[in-house]
Ligand binder design. Structure first.
Ligand code: ZN
Length: 296
């Protein structure tokens, strides 16, 4: 059973769109699925193994049953960057396209695990209301190493590596030197988009053209919101309350929210290494979807 689901899931990766809402649907199309390369199979299997070895709250089968796809992009350490799409269903036109990103900082493990929990919610309940594209783990190099860390394998803070206004004058490097006193955890990289992980997200945003980006972090216990007009900022999402932080040179919120005008909702969970309760996980999701319904 497990093997067949995994096989069909990788077969789906070869197609541009996989309109599967459930395992049952996956099984139904399995017979027609094309053969897949052993390398592709190995890649998704092995990253699920590594994720489940690292994250106590994500079991191997929980990852492997998700029909995750290879994006074709890899981290600095050559780990595949994985995606999951919940596409339009039938004739229903989605209200909006939503890009959900977890694990930008490798030491915020709860911000990865919770995205897996929400993907399983979508497995059961995806209705086509929104078109979702999900990257549960943007920074596998930081998260999956023995001693996980914030930055990628090049020591770059991916949330400071985007091309934001002032890039041409090295604003991010200048900010890092002067304001953070060269804090190694916040190194923006030698130049904007120097890292494969940020290049991947840059292309995702360009190609998927989301109406809203949701980024999950920890441990500041708040909801942040970057957009040209911040009056629609969520006041409360689950147990997290609005607390608008500044924008930083090179951050995703600055790039997408301010520069591109695509609102970015940032959820900062209270703990990097402790998962919210089941009830909190559910409430975060329902509040998030409710906000999306009202604001897209
Ligand atoms: Zn973070």
């Amino acid at each position: 059973m497990a093997g067949s689901i995994l096989l069909s899931s990788i077969a789906g990766a070869a197609e541009p769109i996989t309109p599967f809402a459930s395992i049952a649907a996956l099984e139904a199309v399995k017979a027609d699925a094309p053969l897949v390369s052993a390398r592709a199979l190995e890649s998704v299997q092995s990253i699920c193994k590594r994720i489940s070895d690292k994250l106590a709250s994500v079991a191997y089968q929980e990852c492997a049953s998700l029909n995750l796809q290879l994006s074709g992009h890899h981290s600095v350490d050559d780990i595949p960057l994985i995606v999951k799409e919940y596409p339009p269903l039938g004739k229903r036109v989605p209200q909006a396209r939503i890009l959900l990103v977890g694990g930008t900082h490798g030491d915020e493990l709860a911000a990865i695990s919770i995205v897996f929990k929400w993907m399983h919610t979508l497995e059961k309940h995806h209705s086509g209301l929104f078109h979702w594209r999900i990257n549960p783990l943007m920074n596998p190099d930081g998260a999956l190493r023995q001693k996980h860390r914030r930055t990628n394998a090049n020591g770059v803070d991916l949330n400071r590596n985007f091309a934001t206004p002032g890039s041409e004058t090295d604003a991010a490097l200048e900010y890092w030197r002067v304001k953070t006193r060269q804090n190694a955890r916040r190194y923006p990289g030698p130049f904007p988009l120097s890292e494969p992980e940020t290049n991947w997200l840059f292309e995702e945003i360009r190609d998927f053209n989301p109406d809203v980006v949701i980024a999950v972090h920890a441990p500041y216990s708040l909801v942040d919101y970057d957009a040209p007009d911040r009056k629609n900022a969520p006041r409360q999402i689950g147990h997290l309350y609005k607390n608008l932080m500044g924008t930083y040179p090179g951050s995703l919120g600055n790039y997408a929210g301010v520069h591109l005008g695509v609102p970015v909702v940032t959820l900062e969970l209270p703990h990097a290494g402790i998962m919210p309760t089941q009830r909190q996980i559910s409430r975060l999701w329902t509040d998030l979807v409710r906000w999306l319904v009202l604001n897209t």
